[in-house]
Design a protein around this ligand. Structure first.
Ligand SMILES: O=P(O)(O)OC[C@H]1O[C@H](O)[C@H](O)[C@@H](O)[C@@H]1O
Length: 282
């Protein structure tokens, strides 16, 4: 039996389910091109999706992998995390091979985006599942006649059993901006990153793959094209301020985001850019 792709409704959202013969499965919503679930073969769910997430399009769904473009967080005048995470995307390609399933979703400028950001662009998000691996690729093209600049991220919410027991390896020695401490620039000095309080860091120019240890299981996190890595956990107090996540939700999530946040990426007319994040069961 080859891999397969099926259309379904997920809490009222049009979505695609990707399945491989070995039993891995991912769900990708057409709203925001948001990956909402990834269950590798013989494994548990690896993405966090809040049980209190809102699906009516008024806000982004809390969890999975929201796509932030053309602005990451509050780094500019556009709405937080940009313009595409609650917009409808269309299916550009879907392909089920012997042992992989792939879908590409696409969005271009539209009245809503043009009103606040008068640029012409095509964004494509390609999701592939295969053999213990989830690859997410964001490709952006400037289809207009003038250059533009952007920041972006794949805002991946990883599911962890208990965040205080999780260990993130690979960030040792890197400089980061600590958004939870007045944007101070600091340098990571620990062998592993442990989450014991609100954490909101933009690590600059990360060259290494990362390793997340979560109890007995491990996940490799590798990005290309995206220079930065954002690590976010809202902890108890910030979690209490958000209506779309339970009070203890912060214990079961850790965002490790592939980002272009420190410097804007500039694209000339006709140019394109590609960034990728891969999650690998180890
Ligand atoms: O609540 P949201 O708009 O989805 O943003 C959630 C979080 O995203 C990023 O990780 C930022 O670094 C955080 O500062 C922000 O709070």
């Amino acid at each position: 039996m080859p891999a397969s792709i099926e259309s379904l409704q997920f809490n009222g959202l049009s979505a695609l389910a990707l399945n491989t013969p070995d039993g891995s499965r991912a769900i990708v919503s057409l709203s925001g091109a948001q990956v909402l679930s990834w269950t590798p073969a013989r494994d548990d769910e690896r993405l966090y999706l809040s049980p209190d997430a809102v699906y009516d399009g008024s806000v982004a769904v809390r969890g999975g992998v929201p796509v932030c473009f053309p602005q990451f967080a509050g780094l500019g005048k556009l709405p937080k995390h940009g313009l595409v995470r609650t917009q409808p995307w269309t299916i550009a390609e879907q392909r089920a091979g012997k042992d992989y399933a792939l879908v590409t979703l696409r969005i271009t400028e539209n009245d809503e985006s043009f009103a606040v950001w008068p640029q012409q662009f095509t964004a494509e998000l390609t999701v592939v599942i295969e053999d213990g691996r989830l690859n997410i690729e964001l490709e952006l093209e400037n289809t207009g006649h003038a250059p533009f600049a952007f920041t972006a991220a794949l805002h991946t919410y990883l599911r962890v059993r208990e965040v205080e027991n999780a260990r993130l390896e690979g960030l040792h020695g890197y400089e980061y901006r600590d958004a939870a401490d007045h944007d101070r620039i600091k340098r990571d000095s620990g062998d592993v990153l442990m989450i014991e309080d609100e954490t909101d860091r933009v690590y600059h120019s990360v060259q290494r793959p990362l390793l997340l240890r979560d109890g007995g299981r491990s996940l490799g996190i590798h990005s290309e094209g995206f220079p930065d890595v954002v690590v976010w956990n809202p902890w108890e107090h910030r979690c209490a301020e958000m209506s779309d996540i339970p009070a203890n939700g912060f214990r079961h999530m850790l965002c490790v985001e592939a980002a272009a946040a420190r410097h804007k990426i500039e694209l000339d007319a006709g140019e394109n850019w590609v960034g990728r994040q891969s999650l690998i069961v180890l």
